[in-house]
Design a protein around this ligand. Structure first.
Ligand code: GTP
Ligand code: MG
Length: 202
């Protein structure tokens, strides 16, 4: 799929205030600093579209970006950033869960996982929660450029094996690098296919 236009529309602290139209919408979630905002910039080919930062915890709101004047990308706050107050963490969790459980336009949630790390309990539990709530999601391994291809493959294989201990089948899996553009075509093609499906009536 070609990206002709991509523009920031609005930031919100609650799902109730998100754009009301019936458009397909794809949200990106994962631990703080995993590379959500960078991936959105890579996919859209617009470097400064979503704000990125070397310090975790940059994205604090639900951010809507309209692509090709027809569908939305949503940048969500990261979870699991320990150096926040309990109140802030609870508030962010409320924003994230409120969005995921109530946003009928959300056609797919992309869950980002840093490809360099061993499986983390917080991600596993989050995906189990998605499964319990029937939320359609895919896994996106990020930062593949930060290790050799062999090391990356081995890490991902281990990760998926671990998932198969609790999951009967795996969701779609993407391998990406926001530095090199790895995985861009695959994710955009996947979105293009889902854009063709009828949207749940709102
Ligand atoms: P929060 O909004 O804080 O939750 O973070 P985020 O998940 O949006 O991460 P962000 O895109 O801001 O990236 C965090 C850091 O990782 C930045 O310094 C990015 O430059 C770097 N980064 C993200 N993706 C990649 C990648 O694919 N390769 C490399 N080498 N660095 C990356
Ligand atoms: Mg971000």
């Amino acid at each position: 799929m070609l990206i002709n236009t991509a523009r920031f529309v609005i930031s919100n602290s609650s799902v109730r205030k998100c754009p009301a139209e019936s458009r397909h919408e794809y949200a990106f979630i994962g631990r703080s600093n995993v590379g959500k905002s960078s991936l959105i910039n890579m996919l859209t080919g617009r470097k400064g579209l979503a704000m990125t930062s070397a310090t975790p915890g940059k994205t604090m709101l639900i951010n809507h970006f309209l692509v090709n004047d027809s569908w939305y990308i949503v940048d969500l706050p990261g979870y699991g950033y320990a150096r926040r107050s309990k109140d802030d963490r609870d508030r962010l969790e409320g924003i994230i869960k409120g969005y995921i459980l109530n946003r009928v336009q959300m056609t797919n949630l992309f869950v980002l996982i840093d490809s360099r790390h061993e499986p983390q309990r917080i991600d596993m539990e989050f995906m189990e929660w998605l499964g319990e709530n029937g939320i359609p999601f895919s896994i996106v391994f990020t930062k593949l450029d930060k290790q050799s291809a062999t090391a990356g493959q081995a890490k991902i294989a281990t990760y998926l094996e671990r998932m198969l201990e609790t999951w009967e089948e795996l969701p779609p899996v993407f391998r990406t690098s926001s530095e090199t553009g790895l995985g861009r075509e695959e994710i955009l093609d996947y979105i293009e296919q889902m854009n063709k499906l009828p949207l749940q009536t709102i």
